[in-house]
Ligand binder design. Sequence first.
Ligand SMILES: [Mg+2]
Length: 291
Amino acid sequence: MRIVMDFDGVYTDPSNEGDACSKSFRNKIVSLHLKEQGLETEEKVDSWLGELRARQASKPFHYGWRSEGRVSAFTFEDPFIRNIGLADFLDGLVTAGDERATQVLSRLKTTEKIQSFGELSEWAFHQLHLKKAPDHGTKAWVIEAIDRGHEVIIVSNSATDKIQEFLDQAGYPKERRPQVRGGARKFGLGKKPRPIEMGSVGSEKISVDTDRPFYEEALLELKPDAVIGDVFCLDLSLPIRLKREKKLELNWGIFYRHRDYTPSQMVEMVSGRDTQVPEVKLVREWSQVWP
Ligand SMILES: [Mg+2]
């Protein structure tokens, strides 16, 4: 059988990388020494960003990683998107006329040629030089899956050469290696919104946009029996729709890799008492994935 796997957050634990991005983002704002805005010290910047995160947390499904102006993944879904989502919230504040956010951005424009907080989060991502932290449980499972005759294919937003480099460093034996399709642009939405109601969190109904033409093309070509990922919106929402539309059978399953950062809201939506996404199995141990 054939399994399509995500990379970051499945083969790796990206927590340290996400923290490093947040730190670069915050340090850039600290370096502006904005006294008039009350942001002249590290402590003041931290307290401002902390307050913004708390405000954002009250509307978690309204911000995140955008594509074509629409939310493609929710802000808290993984340690990278957390930073992208904070930038999205800040850009929303600028649009709404928030004075402090506007002044910080105007300084970023003049001194750094950075045109939006989104651009600042991208810049922060490109400052990353940390080695990826391998998940050892994944390695053992993948090698066993290949030994059992299954086909394992990584489909990831990350670049193919970065993933290959990781597989080298993490000691995946040359002859028992997953295939790699990097640059998959799973976050990339198309022009025709396809929101699918997945379930609810509290009284809020949660829809996820499944108009992901790049990922759809890859999935329809590969016709996997199983998909596994750690970010519900990016990795799993489209396979769920394709299964519901009977375009893919996915008989082995659609697996949601549970990690320390997996948001409790998403766990509630997928497997809560009053709400469920029946197509998805939450995976805390690799042994749960065997067919
Ligand atoms: Mg991931």
